[in-house]
Ligand binder design. Structure first.
Ligand SMILES: Nc1ncnc2c1ncn2[C@@H]1O[C@H](COP(=O)(O)OP(=O)(O)OP(=O)(O)O)[C@@H](O)[C@H]1O
Ligand SMILES: [Mg+2]
Length: 314
């Protein structure tokens, strides 16, 4: 049985080690290293990520769109020098798309070739057809087989209850059972980041196995730093003014509040137009970078004065 297991997978009962690099001794140090990869985490998020890595627990990040949930997983992968294996969830996703599938065309070809060669050992042939060789690893299995790896289970709130229960099973002991092969368990579990936009509540049982963190929109100073990092071509004045204006927009009753992603887009758009500061006319002309619903653009009737106020305070 053990001979069938691909490299990186070992039969049950082995101790797990976290993926935290030995030279990172505190959440603050982890935050520093994430910053080197252009991700600015606040203290709470850095602590949750530190514990997740140290104790091999998934990190469950929930928050509105564009607050940096997916990007955290990317930054962690870059920091660890590990591949990012992404499972994008959607309505109706099931185990064969998430875990593994049999490669039917290849199995069939193999069968035909064996028949043509006059294979006599039918039992052996069947065993061969259902071996790891003919298994297609989908993201979950791929993550268990890869060491080290960062597994991003993105937008889990889009999947259904059944899929959540299945995830729970896989994440409980980082193993999967393929009936024809046996149980495959990760020797070193991947670092796992699960994200949700909270379009529905995810079950407590799944959250209980994770460190949970609610990502808020960043405060002004942190957002300015993020935009500076991401849009180095924008002037300091422009970055501060755009950030102030977005923060003011977030206080309005909008269908979709702009995230950090929109602040970055807006600064980028303005810099691309050669602007070094924001004014009401420029804001009105480029509002599509930040408000993505017609109703929202109409709701913020007086963009001019909102921007003028924000710019004055920045
Ligand atoms: N703390 C941060 N440090 C650096 N960049 C950030 C941070 N937060 C957000 N960003 C930037 O904002 C962009 C959007 O972030 P991301 O895609 O991770 O959002 P999200 O929370 O996954 O949104 P969605 O729910 O829409 O998928 C990223 O490309 C990144 O450039
Ligand atoms: Mg995302």
């Amino acid at each position: 049985m053990a001979g069938l297991l691909p490299a990186g997978l070992l039969p049950g009962g082995l101790l797990r080690a976290g993926l935290l690099p030995g030279d990172i001794a505190s959440p603050a140090e982890l935050a520093g290293r994430l910053a080197e990869h252009s991700y600015l985490a606040d203290e709470g998020l850095a602590t949750a990520a530190y514990l997740g890595l140290k104790l091999s627990r998934p990190l469950f990040c929930e928050g509105e769109a564009g607050v940096g949930k997916t990007e955290l997983a990317k930054a962690l992968a870059a920091l660890l020098g590990a591949p990012l294996i992404r499972l994008q969830c959607y309505e109706g996703i099931d185990a064969s798309q998430a875990l593994y599938d049999w490669d039917f065309p290849r199995q069939l070809l193999h069968l035909r070739a064996a028949e043509a060669a006059g294979a006599a050992d039918l039992e052996g042939l069947e065993k061969e057809l259902y071996s790891r060789r003919f298994l297609i690893a989908r993201p979950l299995l791929a993550a268990l087989e890869t060491t080290p790896a960062v597994l991003l289970i993105d937008e889990v709130d889009r999947a259904d209850d059944e899929f959540e229960a299945f995830l729970l099973e896989v994440l409980s002991d980082f193993s999967v059972t393929v009936p024809e092969i046996g149980t495959l368990r990760a020797a070193t579990p991947p670092a796992v980041v699960i994200t949700s936009n909270r379009t529905r509540d995810v079950h407590d049982a799944l959250k209980r196995r994770c460190y949970y963190y609610w990502l808020e929109h960043p405060a002004f100073d942190r957002e300015v730093q993020i935009v500076r990092l991401r849009v180095p071509e924008a002037s300091d004045r422009l970055v501060r003014q755009v950030t102030a204006a977005v923060q003011a927009l977030r206080a309005e009753p909008l269908l979709k509040r702009p995230g950090v992603a929109e602040t970055i887009d807006w600064a980028q758009a303005l810099a691309a137009l050669g602007a070094d500061h924001l004014d009401p006319a420029l804001a009105a002309a480029t509002l599509g970078a930040v408000l993505k619903y017609r109703e929202d653009a109409e709701r913020v009737l007086d963009v001019g004065s909102l921007v003028a106020r924000a710019v004055a305070g920045a």
